[in-house]
Ligand binder design. Structure first.
Ligand code: PMP
Length: 374
C-alpha cells in the first residue's frame, strides 16, 4: 500500500487536495531559524465536545526553542540587523521572564552573537538553567515594578547603552518588531489553517474568535491586526490572569488601575499598555478574567484527557477559549495559543508543596491528584 493510500485508509483523507497539502508540508528547513513557525493547530477534543464548538490550540510548544517567543526573538534580532545596529561580534541584551530569552539565546547561538539576559528572580529555576546551558549570561534581579529604575527591563537597557555600538537592547515590550512577527507569521498561519470565516478554503473550520493572554502584547496585537484586516467579524478576546490590569482596562473602556494580586502564570499579565499593544488595543472586542484555580484545573484536565502537557499561560488561554465558546457557541471555532510546554515549570506545577503554598491543591479534582508527583 502506498503511503498516501495508507493515510486515507486511516480515515484522514477528506479530499485529494487536502491529502496533497498534507504531504507537501513535509519539507527541509534551514537550521534553528528555519524551523520557527508553521506550527499545527490542534483540536482539543474533550473541550470541543463539551462546548459544541471547535476549540483549537496553536501548538507553539513545537517551535524549535519550545515557545511562541521564538517568533518574536527572531524578528527583534532581524530588525536590529536590518537597522544596522547589530552585526558580527555583536551583543543582544534583553529583559525577559524567560521564553523570549530562551528564543534569543538560540537565535544568538545560531547567528554568533553574545546574549545577556536580565530576568525577575521570581522565575522558575528550569528557565534560568536552560538559558545558561544555551550560552546566555543571566542576571536574576529583584522583581520590582516597571516604574522602578531597578526593574529588569531598565537594567537591560542600561547595560546595552554602556556597551556602546554593536550592542542592542531588543526591548521586546515596546519594540514593535515583536508584534510584526505575529502580523507576518502567526496571523496568516491561523487564517490559512482555519480557512477564514467565509470557508473559501474548506480544509479548515471557519474562524469565529481568537483569544489569548498578553505579556508584551505582541502575540495578541499582531495576530488580531492580521485577522481583523482579513475579516472584522472575527472576535478578539483578551484573556487576563490575576495581577494584571488589562481586563479592567478593557471593561472600563480605558481606565488604568494599580496592579493588585499575583498569579501562578509566568510570562503573562501586564501593568500597562505596551507599545506593542497600543496600536491595536481598539481591535479587542472583549476580555475574560481567568482565576488561577481555573487555570490549574484546566492544565491538569488537558494532561489527563488530551495527553498535552502545557504551561500555565497556555492552560489559561484554553480556559479562556472555553469561556468564549460559552458566550458565542455552539458551532463556532475559537483559536487560542498553546504558548509552551509544562517542562519549564514542572518543579512548581506538579509539586504538592508548591500547590499548597498557592492554595491551589483543592482546585485540582481528586481523580487528577495522581499527577502531583513531586
Ligand atoms: N505565555 C508565555 C509562557 C510567555 O512566555 C509569554 C511571553 N512573555 C506569553 C505567553 C505572552 O506573549 P506576548 O509577549 O506575545 O504577549
Amino acid at each position: 500500500m502506498s503511503l498516501s493510500v495508507a493515510y486515507c485508509a486511516l480515515g484522514n483523507c477528506r479530499r485529494l487536495t487536502a491529502r496533497h497539502r498534507f504531504f507537501s508540508t513535509v519539507k527541509t528547513v534551514n537550521g534553528f531559524i528555519g524551523a520557527i513557525g508553521n506550527t499545527p493547530l490542534m483540536r482539543i477534543e474533550s473541550l470541543s465536545r463539551e462546548t459544541g464548538c471547535n476549540i483549537l490550540g496553536k501548538a507553539e510548544f513545537m517551535n524549535p526553542g519550545g515557545s511562541v517567543k521564538d517568533r518574536a526573538a527572531l524578528y527583534v534580532v532581524k530588525d536590529a540587523e536590518e537597522r544596522g545596529l547589530l552585526g558580527p561580534g555583536g551583543t543582544v541584551v534583553e529583559g525577559t521572564a524567560g521564553n523570549t530569552g530562551i528564543g534569543l539565546a538560540h537565535v544568538c547561538r545560531a547567528k554568533g552573537y553574545r546574549c545577556v539576559i536580565f530576568m525577575p528572580n521570581t522565575q522558575s529555576q528550569e528557565k534560568i538553567d536552560l538559558l545558561r546551558m544555551l550560552g546566555a549570561e543571566v542576571f536574576p534581579v529583584p522583581a520590582v515594578p516597571f516604574d522602578n529604575p531597578e526593574n529588569y527591563n531598565h537594567q537591560a537597557a542600561r547595560l546595552a547603552e554602556s556597551l556602546g555600538s554593536n550592542a542592542v537592547w531588543t526591548n521586546q515590550f515596546d519594540n514593535t518588531a515583536n508584534r510584526r512577527a505575529h502580523i507576518e507569521t502567526t496571523g496568516p498561519e491561523i487564517w490559512a489553517q482555519t480557512g477564514g470565516t467565509d470557508q473559501t478554503d474548506p480544509t479548515g473550520p471557519p474562524l469565529d474568535a481568537f483569544t489569548c493572554a498578553t505579556g508584551t502584547g505582541g502575540t495578541l496585537a499582531g495576530t488580531a491586526r492580521y485577522l481583523k484586516e482579513r475579516d472584522p467579524r472575527i472576535r478578539i478576546v483578551l484573556a487576563d490572569p490575576p495581577g494584571s490590569v488589562l481586563h479592567s482596562y478593557i471593561q472600563s473602556g480605558g481606565q488604568l488601575t494599580e496592579r493588585q494580586g499575583s498569579s501562578i502564570t509566568e510570562g503573562i499579565g501586564q501593568g500597562r499598555v505596551t507599545d506593542n499593544l497600543r496600536p491595536d488595543i481598539g481591535l479587542i472586542d472583549d476580555s475574560v478574567y481567568i482565576p488561577d484555580e481555573l487555570t490549574i484545573s484546566t492544565l491538569y484536565r488537558l494532561l489527563d484527557e488530551e495527553g498535552i502537557y502545557i504551561g500555565a499561560s497556555s492552560a489559561l488561554n484554553v480556559a479562556a477559549a472555553v469561556e468564549v465558546a460559552k458566550q458565542i457557541g455552539p458551532n463556532k471555532t475559537i483559536v487560542t495559543m498553546i504558548c509552551d510546554g509544562a517542562y519549564r515549570y514542572q518543579s512548581r506545577l506538579f509539586s504538592r508543596k508548591w500547590l499548597e503554598s498557592k492554595n491551589l491543591l483543592t482546585a485540582i479534582p481528586d481523580h487528577l491528584q495522581k499527577y502531583i508527583v513531586l
